[in-house]
Design a protein around this ligand. Structure first.
Ligand SMILES: Cc1ncc(COP(=O)(O)O)c(C=O)c1O
Length: 382
């Protein structure tokens, strides 16, 4: 056998795995990977237990349990005034990651261009590469992480097959407004291209802001795969459940892929989530305040360190400038901080193809106050 030629030669172990491993090795407080250290709501856990003891052990329907899709449709209606047909337009997937992969495989063909905005989430590019497409990286403006509309206008062309946006944005916390979505619709209008709108942090928005979903912008909705995550909303990232909302023709193509990636997602969890969403809409309604309290708690802790937090409008991530502490590049700084001072973070340059000259790390504050306080105690010594 000749040595295998990798289809993803650029892909190694991700920085998230590396930093978590390093955190464990050095007994560091792990504020790197984006997962909560608190439990899902107790009533949801009871419903999971009940579903496990019931008759929900065989394959769910390929596009998702009908009860769960109905609950999602009701939430979209009540929260965003969006009408989505649960039968033809909503597909339950194994995490938003699977929905992203399926949507990209469904529409991107060999040599198609896909526009992504850096810093961007790490799963987009490998999915584009496997589909035979080419990622075109456009930087968001620095330091406020907004779309540079002139750059987008110049990058769009007849080969552009897909544009990927993410709001609330990981890692910066920046939000796209309704006016931004209108602008995007106007720029995409002349092109036969699709939109993938990654909205997994839809409920983590602060200071009275409301999440603007691409599904509520009529022109965008016609060309859009909107992707959501139960993991982010119910403090259960390990359950790997998410969903995609797209017009019938796009959903049909996405399902052709989904059918052969996972066929269907975990049945008892879908049942429990369907019941919980219907009985407890207050959970997601209270999430902005819940996370805002943590953001405020964490930024108050950072205020008495040499880190300078950047404004964060959403997500459970906080960027912080460390230039008052070190001149090391961010990857070296993050390693040093973990090994020597016991706090693990994510260096922001890993989210870029060409990173700007900045000294930024990302903290995840979806943690118990005691965890955040333990990290702050160590950060105060710097
Ligand atoms: C921007 C973004 N999109 C998608 C995902 C993946 O979501 P899931 O865990 O539901 O696959 C994440 C998870 O960190 C994320 O930050």
């Amino acid at each position: 056998m000749t040595p295998i030629e990798s289809k993803l030669p650029q892909v190694g172990t991700t920085i998230f795995t590396l930093m978590s491993q390093l955190a464990e090795q050095h007994r560091a407080v792990n504020l790197s990977q984006g997962f909560p250290d608190f439990l899902p709501p107790p009533e949801l856990l009871e419903l999971v237990e009940r579903a496990m003891r019931g008759r929900f052990h065989q394959y769910a329907l390929m596009p998702g349990s009908i009860a769960l899709r109905a609950a999602i449709a009701e939430k979209l209606r009540s929260l965003y005034s969006v009408q989505a047909d649960p039968v033809a337009e909503i597909t339950v997937t194994s995490g938003a990651t699977e929905a992203i992969f399926d949507a990209i495989q469904a529409v991107v063909r060999r040599d198609d261009e896909v526009i992504v905005f850096d810093p961007c989430y790490d799963s987009y590019e490998p999915s584009i590469t496997l589909a035979g497409g080419r990622a075109v990286h456009l930087p968001l403006t620095h330091p406020d992480f907004r779309i540079d509309w002139d750059r987008l206008r110049s990058a769009l062309n007849a080969r552009t097959r897909l544009v990927i946006v993410n709001s609330p944005h990981n890692p910066s916390g920046a939000l796209l407004s309704r006016a931004d979505l209108d602008r995007l619709a106007e720029l995409l209008r002349p092109y036969d291209c699709y939109l993938l709108s990654d909205e997994v942090y839809e409920h983590v928005v602060f200071d009275g802001a409301r999440h603007a979903t691409a599904l509520a912008q009529p022109e965008l909705a016609e060309r859009c795969f909107a992707v959501f995550s139960f993991g982010k909303t119910y403090h259960a990232t390990g359950w790997k459940l998410g969903y995609c909302v797209a017009p019938p023709a796009l959903s049909a193509e996405l399902r052709r892929v989904h059918q052969y990636v996972t066929f269907a997602s975990t049945s008892p969890l879908q049942q429990a989530l369907a019941e919980f969403m219907t009985a407890h809409p207050e959970h997601h309604l209270e999430l902005p305040a819940f996370y805002q309290e943590r953001r405020d708690y964490f930024t108050a802790l950072l205020a008495v360190t040499k880190f300078r937090p950047l404004p964060a409008a959403g997500t459970y991530f906080q960027l912080a400038d460390y230039s008052a502490i070190s001149t090391l590049p961010d990857v070296d700084f993050a390693r040093w901080l973990t090994i020597e001072h016991g706090v693990a973070t994510i260096p922001v340059s890993v989210f870029y193809r060409e990173a700007p000259d900045a000294r930024l790390v990302r903290f995840c504050f979806a943690k118990e106050n005691a965890t955040l306080e333990a990290a702050a105690q160590r950060l105060r010594r710097l």
